[in-house]
Design a protein around this ligand. Structure first.
Ligand code: UTP
Length: 296
């Protein structure tokens, strides 16, 4: 079945990037000249996703404004032929896809946020693009790569990449087996969350993109109902169950990933995207070279 819908959870507190994220959602922090979440919406749209639901909460209305028309600004830019490119870039934000919003009324974790999309999704598979994970591949967007896997095998597919051994304890570690005839796609039978050295199954960790079957909502509901008040039910628990039942695939996606949920990730994203930027790339490269030469 074709994947037509996506959920972008963007209702977290973003404590790792405070104070920047106090009144500006971390999903709206920019990478050169666009907010992180615009890269993510563009990836979904370029992957053939028609309807996108962004999960927000109180204080994140600025995300809605960004994907809406700004009539006064557009009228001003349209009246000046020298600003035709800017006009197009501003107008484009409101026309990227059919974008809908819903609020997660309490910040109870990623699984709880995704459940807010249940009636929007209905009975079909859907993509989840984490609102603070920007993944760049202009030729073959990562969500498109992953939709092809789902459409071939009909199983929940988590996007993974190998992380450095010294960092795997911050992520999860996947138990995987190869699939005949597949290069990047694997069966995933087990997940060890934040593993100790002894618990490392592989260096593959789940990073920011998932294609889920509609049954996932029932699993989240069951999990939340069984979770004591004040404790979080993790999305990983849904993947663990699917893995035990032989219904989980892991796809080693091809793309440059930036974690906009931490300070170093934000700086890496800005530097690398700036180096490729048609307007400032050359000047920025000269600046970086001179800066690097001045460091000891
Ligand atoms: P994170 O795990 O980075 O959580 O969320 P966070 O709360 O935003 O960040 P820290 O740990 O406090 O710094 C991954 C994605 O899931 C969304 C976030 O907005 C982010 O895009 N999320 C997280 C929700 O939508 N709701 C939640 O309750 C938690």
């Amino acid at each position: 079945m074709k994947v037509r819908k996506a959920i972008i959870p963007a209702a977290g507190l973003g404590t790792r990037v405070l104070p920047a994220s106090k009144s500006v959602p971390k999903e709206m922090l920019n990478i050169v000249d666009k907010p992180a979440i615009q890269y993510i919406v563009e990836e979904a749209a370029a992957s053939g996703i028609e309807d996108i639901l962004i999960i927000t909460n109180r204080g994140k209305g600025v995300i809605e404004d960004h994907f809406d028309h700004s009539f006064e600004l557009e009228a001003q830019l349209a009246s000046n032929p020298a600003k035709a490119d800017l006009y197009e870039s501003v107008k484009k934000c409101a026309n990227l896809a059919n974008i809908y919003f819903i609020r997660q009324k309490e910040t109870k974790g990623l699984a709880h946020a995704i459940l807010a999309g249940k009636s929007f999704i209905g009975d079909e598979p859907f993509a989840v693009l984490y609102g603070d994970d920007v993944i760049i591949n202009d030729k073959d967007p990562v969500t498109a790569q992953m939709c092809r896997c789902y459409e071939k095998y009909g199983k929940c597919t988590v996007g993974v990449q190998a992380v450095p051994e010294e960092a795997i304890h911050l992520y999860c570690s996947l138990g995987i087996t190869p699939i005949d005839g597949e290069d990047r796609l694997m069966n995933c039978y087990r997940i060890n969350e934040k593993p100790t050295k002894e618990e490392i199954l592989s260096l593959y960790a789940i990073l920011g993109r998932v294609i889920m079957p509609p049954e996932a909502f029932g699993m989240i509901e069951e999990g939340l109902a069984a979770t004591p008040e004040g404790k979080e039910f993790y999305l990983t628990d849904v993947f663990t169950r699917l893995g035990q039942e032989g219904r989980l695939l892991a796809y080693d996606f091809d793309g440059r990933r930036y974690d906009m949920g931490n300070k170093l990730g934000i700086m890496q994203a800005n530097c690398e995207v700036a180096l490729d930027h048609p307007e400032i790339g050359e000047d920025f490269k000269a600046y970086i070279k001179a800066l690097a030469a001045s460091l000891d």
